[in-house]
Design a protein around this ligand. Structure first.
Ligand code: NAD
Ligand code: UDP
Length: 353
């Protein structure tokens, strides 16, 4: 383990951790959790789908630094680094398909530049991989041993194949250079801080229900997903990162409670007490028909299982979006609130270069 030996003002040693994609939905919750347990956190994000709003409360934290940077460009960071969580990548189909070549480069080139940094710093590297590596699965539920069923030339391929290539190169860095790696295959995760226009199903349905707009169900609504609340996922990522070095994964992290998309729509309508009606729209190309993780490995190796039931998770997410839609806080690309702290000055220094 490469623990940095500097000490905080509270007298305990600080671990220095990078989170790429740290201004995004999952990344910002991860930054919160790492700071809470005493890490020094460097958040790297190009704000493609991330938002300053997600990390604004952290900007004046003495152990938090935000660097606006695109991971496709090699990264130089002063000092030692102990841990790197590689989350940088748009995750919602409409956003990763908006710039498919850019998405593929983020997955592959971005991961390689982040791996190079990990190698240079002897840092442990955790990859946010995805259930999309299984594509439209032919076996159900999906264990980690399943090699997948991905259409390599379809509109989802920039993400699915990009993430598969990322896994390949991560394991090569491990085999060739002995880099300590961890690969988490994350299944559909939802919660506060998804973008209003994120495009993924839970945030879409909640925003539509709260606005009294039609709920856009794609296809018949009989396709399934298994939804994991953000707090459960963050706990799983932490356990995986801190597991013994011999554990590389891939490890599925997801909630095995499988639901149809129509059932999710009904759950959202119940929790919002909305009168919105369902509007059926065409199913996107290559949309997987069923998805459910096998989590035996996570249970056995990490002692992890999801704890937040869907009703509670949806309730918390509805409460977040209700407040956000009511306050109509504008989307900003710049950290503007409060006096500039250390992190904001660092951000200004980087962006003014
Ligand atoms: P998100 O879109 O909210 O976050 C992604 C973050 O990465 C954003 O802040 C974005 O600005 C940043 N980013 C994108 N391209 C970048 C680049 N080239 N350089 C620097 N930053 C860049 O999505 P999320 O749901 O928080 O997903 C985070 C990670 O978890 C992604 O890697 C995603 O593939 C993975 N994942 C998420 C889910 C899920 O259900 N949420 C499921 C499987 C995997
Ligand atoms: N979906 C839907 N309406 C929406 C958004 C998504 O019916 O407004 C469907 C989508 O077709 C898919 C499922 O919900 O079958 C999950 O979609 P999402 O984009 O959230 O995640 P992914 O397809 O990547 O699992």
């Amino acid at each position: 383990m490469n623990m940095r030996q500097s000490t905080s003002s509270f007298g305990h040693s600080l671990r220095r951790t990078i989170v790429t994609g740290g201004a995004g939905f999952i990344g910002s919750h991860l930054c919160d959790s790492l700071l809470q347990r005493g890490d020094e956190v460097i958040c790297i994000d190009n704000l493609y789908t991330g938002s300053i709003r997600n990390i604004r409360p952290l900007l004046n934290h003495p152990h938090f630094q935000f660097i606006e940077h695109d991971v496709r460009i090699p990264l130089r960071i002063e000092g030692e680094i102990d841990r790197i969580y590689n989350l940088a990548c748009p995750a919602s189909p409409c956003h990763y398909q908006r710039d498919p070549i850019g998405t593929m480069k983020t997955c592959v080139v971005g991961t390689i530049s982040t791996l190079e940094l990990a190698l240079q710093k002897s840092a442990r590297f955790l990859q946010a991989s995805t259930s999309e590596v299984y594509g439209d699965p032919e076996i159900h539920p999906q264990p980690e041993s399943y090699v997948g069923h991905v259409n390599p030339i379809g509109p989802r391929a920039c993400y699915d194949e990009g993430k598969r290539a990322a896994e390949a190169v991560i394991f090569d860095y491990h085999r060739l250079h002995g880099l300590e790696i961890k690969v988490a295959r994350i299944f559909n995760t939802y919660g506060p801080r998804m973008l209003e226009n994120d495009g993924r199903v839970v945030s879409n349905f909640i925003v539509q229900a709260l606005r009294g707009e039609p709920i856009t169900v794609y296809g018949s609504g009989k396709q399934t997903r298994s939804f994991c609340f953000i707090d459960d996922l963050i706990r799983g990522l932490d356990l995986l990162m801190e597991s013994p070095a011999s554990i590389t994964g891939p490890v599925n992290l997801g909630n095995p409670q499988e639901m149809t998309i129509e059932a999710i729509a009904r759950e959202v309508l119940a929790r919002t007490k909305s009168k919105s009606r369902l509007r059926f729209e065409p199913l996107p190309v290559d949309d997987p028909k069923r998805r459910k993780p096998t989590i035996d490995a996570a249970k056995k190796i990490l002692g992890w299982r999801p704890e937040v039931p869907i009703e509670k998770g949806i309730e918390a997410t509805v409460a977040y979006f209700a407040l956000r839609l009511a306050t109509r806080e504008p989307e900003t690309k710049r950290p503007t609130r409060g006096r500039p702290g250390q992190s904001e000055r660092a951000w200004l220094a980087v962006t003014s270069q």
